[in-house]
Write a protein that binds this ligand. Structure first.
Ligand SMILES: NC(=O)c1ccc[n+]([C@@H]2O[C@H](COP(=O)([O-])OP(=O)(O)OC[C@H]3O[C@@H](n4cnc5c(N)ncnc54)[C@H](O)[C@@H]3O)[C@@H](O)[C@H]2O)c1
Length: 392
């Protein structure tokens, strides 16, 4: 169905992220898009819309059926991404879902099946993987996809600058519980990096992880993970994350035939081998030699358009048929990778991919059934703190 601008958004969930998206739309940061409707189960979160142009709904179902909007943006707790996504797709709406698209692989498959069965083939279904707009990752993807960097041998991502306080975990009853959130650092903070891992390098074929539950916080889910990954071409990877370390590190290092790329502290640096390392190894007569290198300056400016760029891209996809930066269907891969790490850590076994989604869902249900966590909620994170923590 062709839509005449503006694209009318309905936002479901007006917490930290949903409110930030609402602010962007209200501030007209996304040309040809407007905020038409909002919904939150906590009525006071919609107070600021009372009596205005934006319609407020007390249930997501009412918003979806209301015909006030052409597109919904789902920014609720994670399990509802699946149920509300399915309902919105079945109602013929365009859908943008926050990360992760679902908590586990079987739910992601259900959500994607609803998209496959959508009533209108023009419906757009996207995911908020805003870090795909960061020019450093875009450049690295170009280096890989064009073959410039050569075959990859080793990947290492230390992403330990997701520090979170006890106050953060107390800011929502759903947070950091198996029942409410479905996991910890892998399901809340790391979907961005897990998505970039699969976007850049594809999925590994095997995962072995060590996972610590509530090691640094009073929570029942994982707040520390060290995973070893094996890829089909023989490359290896390490993924290290925690919410319990400050200041923490965010360093992605890729070793490939044509040298080493490091993304760290806002820069991308490529130490380029003048001769691919395998070729050098085969052909040199030097016993302790190594390929000569050049330092390659790769200019990048800032962090890209992030959330606003993804919203703009989604709007352009609906109105003009432009390709999506982050189609939601691709979101299953980061879910699968995170699930595999958790499954490996919790069962103390190596996990082969593709992951058995049903087996993982069974494990998660058992974790929920066995949960003894009593969640204390209290101080909320201010939106100022939230904006700072999401501007990198
Ligand atoms: N892309 C990013 O950079 C980014 C950053 C932070 C959070 N997120 C994601 O955004 C989502 C929300 O996170 P948050 O930090 O804003 O959480 P939050 O707890 O602050 O907000 C969630 C809101 O959803 C509401 N809600 C829950 N179920 C609902 C329902 N059925 N109908 C209507 N409202 C409902 C809650 O009342 C709450 O106001 C999560 O998926 C999270 O992973 C993304």
């Amino acid at each position: 169905m062709t839509i005449s601008p503006p694209l009318r958004f309905g936002i479901i969930g007006l917490g930290n992220m949903g409110a930030a998206h609402a602010d962007s739309l209200l501030a007209r940061k996304i040309p040809r898009a407007e905020l038409a409707a909002v919904c939150d189960v906590e009525a006071e979160r919609m107070n600021r819309f009372a009596g205005g142009q934006v319609k407020a709904f007390s249930t997501a179902e009412a918003l979806i059926k209301s015909r006030t909007c052409n597109a919904v943006l789902i920014a609720t707790a994670h399990y509802e991404h699946t149920t509300l996504g399915i309902a919105a797709l079945a109602a013929g709406l365009h859908v943008m879902v926050e990360k992760p698209i679902s908590v586990h692989k079987a739910d992601a498959e259900r959500l994607i099946a609803a998209y496959e069965a959508r009533p209108d083939k023009d419906q757009v279904f996207a995911a908020m993987f805003n870090q795909r707009t960061d020019p450093k990752y875009v450049k690295l993807k170009q280096l890989i996809d064009t073959g410039e960097l050569g075959e990859i041998r080793r990947i290492s991502w230390i992403i330990t600058d997701w520090f979170r306080s006890e106050a953060y975990y107390a800011s929502g009853g759903w947070r950091a519980t198996w029942k409410g959130e479905g996991g910890g650092v892998l399901i809340n903070q790391c979907p961005h990096q897990l998505d970039l891992m699969q976007w850049l390098f594809g999925l590994p074929v095997r995962v072995r992880a060590h996972v610590a539950l509530g090691k640094w916080h009073q929570i029942e889910v994982e707040d520390q993970v060290t995973a070893y990954l094996e890829y089909a071409n023989g490359a290896s990877g390490v993924f290290i994350t925690t919410t319990g370390e400050a200041p923490g590190t965010n360093r992605l290092e890729v070793a490939a035939e044509r040298g080493r790329v490091v993304i760290e502290e806002g820069k991308i640096r490529w130490t380029r081998n003048t001769v691919p390392m395998s070729e050098y190894s085969r052909t040199t007569s030097e016993r302790f030699g190594r390929p000569d290198t050049w330092q390659v300056e790769i200019p990048t400016n800032g962090n890209g358009g992030q959330h606003v760029e993804i919203l703009q891209n989604f709007t352009n996809a609906v109105l003009d048929g432009k390709p999506l930066i982050a189609p939601a269907g691709e979101g299953i891969r980061s879910v699968e990778l995170g699930n595999a790490m958790l499954l490996s850590g919790l069962t103390d076994k190596t996990v082969d991919l593709p992951l058995d989604g049903k087996a993982y869902e069974k494990l998660l249900k058992k974790l929920i059934a066995d949960s003894k966590a009593e969640k204390k909620t209290g101080k909320t994170v201010s939106s100022d703190d939230f904006s700072k923590s999401h501007t990198r």
